[in-house]
Write a protein that binds this ligand. Sequence first.
Ligand code: SF4
Ligand code: SF4
Length: 167
Amino acid sequence: MLLQTQLTIIDELSVTNQQENDAFVAKAKTWNSAELDALMFTLEAEITPQIDCLACGNCCKSLLINVEPDETLEPAKQLGISTAVFEEQFVEKGSSGQMLLNTIPCHFLQAETNACKIYETRFSGCRQFPALDVPNLQQRFFTVFMHYGRCPIIFNVMEAMKKVVLT
Ligand code: SF4
Ligand code: SF4
């Protein structure tokens, strides 16, 4: 399978493919949910190892990162600072107490290599993205397609799914 990994092309295709993507979602919603998830899991397992996240880094460059209350201790330790300093330097707190990293791109993305400075202790949202191993795709199409034009893994898995579902 020939994969598309050029971010500018993927971004352009996210616009030109809009109608086809809508047709795909409509048809996919008529599938048995478990069968649709099984197709996604199979294609995700096939495609993900072929895509080099270190050559991309686009999620870390473009997403707002959520930080759970118990997720500052370990990265702070890894950086050799207190959680108070970590939160002061890197986190913004919303009025409801929700915490977000306070820059895009992420502070911890190393520009030269796209490696994460706190990879071992990164946040749960970072670990889960792009979350194509999570069931119930039929309930998550909005979120998945929100990132279709940004993430080569999502783009290529959805393109491969379209070939099956739309035939
Ligand atoms: S913490 Fe690491 S994995 Fe998460 S967005 Fe930042 S650079 Fe990426
Ligand atoms: S998860 Fe997607 S957007 Fe993030 S680095 Fe990998 S291919 Fe790029």
